[in-house]
Design a protein. Structure first.
Length: 396
């Protein structure tokens, strides 16, 4: 790992441009999940306590290079002040006179949030001139936004090459957790991959079969693998055009010595709604007028057995339609097992990706996992084995 941490930087009296990801869910002007804000607190606190001037750079939503008032970062200011436990100044623009005046007004140890970087087209274009304008505001750059590191944008990529750069605490924590999970893990390694579609996770599955000992496939995407084996999956969500691809992934797994676990029994229903009448059948007995909405008890028992034999778990995506009860049962049971083994010190468990965190929270076990990433898309790209541009740019 070539990157520096903030411990290796001299920050006292410096203007520190800190890229954070505070792209949090907001409803009616209120932040509904402040996890990402809470997780940047150690970095902000450390820099401020060392006498650095903390200048937060961030995006919010996708304004596509225009000023969209509803996407102003000002709306997260109250949550930011509350979670950081500090006063946070705000500048109406992230470059130019407004930004410069706000930076000039900062005393050592104070915190400033600059307006949405994506209000400028240069941000997503990774434009060198825009990056220069950002660099002009600081002496040092710290990237604490692992969850935006899959974007090669001016504030995540180009800027890192213009100023002395370091990884923030959260960035460093994410990278070391991920390294433990897939880079250099204790074996055996189990990956649990769920979610609706194979098509969004092809590269990920293809990479994982090379790296893990057991791959559990759940959720809608498992149906495509079952169909590839010639099973009738009835009205289930299934990408029939990808059964050939599913076969290729299964063949690659066999060649690499990776065991794929597919559902053996399934919970089926005739309607996709909470509380729908349902039954457990063997996967091969799925009625042609029904859809598979969860892994059955026998499938879950096999997942649990795999977890018991594993030393490391990496988890992305639910095993069933966990957002509608009772089809959350398989996901919840497997997540609880992983949590129990982790608490007992028998398993290193790392999870990430939007739905995954929601599922673990619903199961009440997120705190018991060894590590829960703040990243959605970045976690997936990392599981695909890609080098994330924001991480690469921090390299020595
Ligand atoms: C996210 O929420 O996944 C990150 O903040 C990146 O946002 P984006 O998907 O709009 O680039
Ligand atoms: Mg995203």
């Amino acid at each position: 790992m070539g990157w520096k941490t903030i411990d290796e930087m001299d920050l006292a009296g410096k203007r520190v441009l800190v890229r954070v990801d505070v792209n949090v869910p907001v409803e009616n002007g209120r932040v509904t999940d402040a996890t990402r804000i809470e997780r940047i607190r150690p970095t902000v606190a450390d820099i401020a306590d060392k006498g650095g001037k903390v200048i937060l750079l961030a995006h919010f939503d996708r304004p596509k290079g225009r000023v969209v008032p509803e996407m102003s970062l000002r709306q997260i200011l109250p949550a930011l002040e509350e979670k950081l436990g500090r006063k946070v100044a705000f500048a109406e623009d992230c470059v130019g006179d407004a930004a410069q005046a706000a930076v000039d007004a900062l005393a050592d140890g104070e915190v400033l949030l600059l307006e949405n970087t994506r209000f400028h087209a240069g941000e997503e274009k990774n434009d060198p001139d825009f990056a220069e304008k950002l660099a002009h505001l600081g002496d040092v750059y710290v990237n604490d936004a692992f969850s935006a590191a899959h974007r090669a944008h001016a504030s995540t990529e180009a800027l890192a090459r213009l100023l002395p750069a370091a990884a923030g605490r959260l960035m460093a924590e994410e990278l070391s957790a991920l390294e433990k999970a897939l880079g250099n893990p204790e074996r055996p390694v189990v990956a649990v991959v769920g979610g609706a579609k194979v098509s969004t996770k092809l590269d990920l599955l293809s990479n994982l079969v090379e790296k893990v000992d057991t791959l559990v496939i759940g959720g809608g995407m498992a149906n495509t693998f079952l169909a590839a084996q010639g099973l009738d999956v009835g009205k289930s969500l299934c990408e029939h055009d990808l059964t050939g691809t599913a076969k290729e992934i299964a063949a690659k797994a066999a060649e690499k010595g990776c065991t794929i676990l597919l559902p053996r029994d399934v919970v089926v229903a005739r309607e996709f709604k909470a509380g729908a009448e349902n039954e457990v059948v063997k996967a091969e007995d799925t009625p042609s007028d029904a859809m598979i909405l969860d892994a059955g008890p026998d499938s879950v028992a096999h997942v649990e057995m795999a977890l018991e034999q594993a030393k490391t778990l990496v988890w992305n995506g639910p095993l069933g339609a966990f957002e509608i009860a009772p089809f959350d049962r398989g996901t919840v049971a497997a997540a609880r097992k992983a949590a129990e083994l982790t608490r007992a010190g028998k398993l290193i468990s790392v999870a990430g990706g939007g739905d995954t965190v929601a599922a673990l929270n619903a199961a009440g076990v997120a705190d018991d996992f060894s590590y829960v990433s703040t990243a959605g898309g970045a976690f997936l790209e990392w599981m695909e084995g890609k080098v994330l541009p924001g991480v690469k740019a921090l390299g020595a």
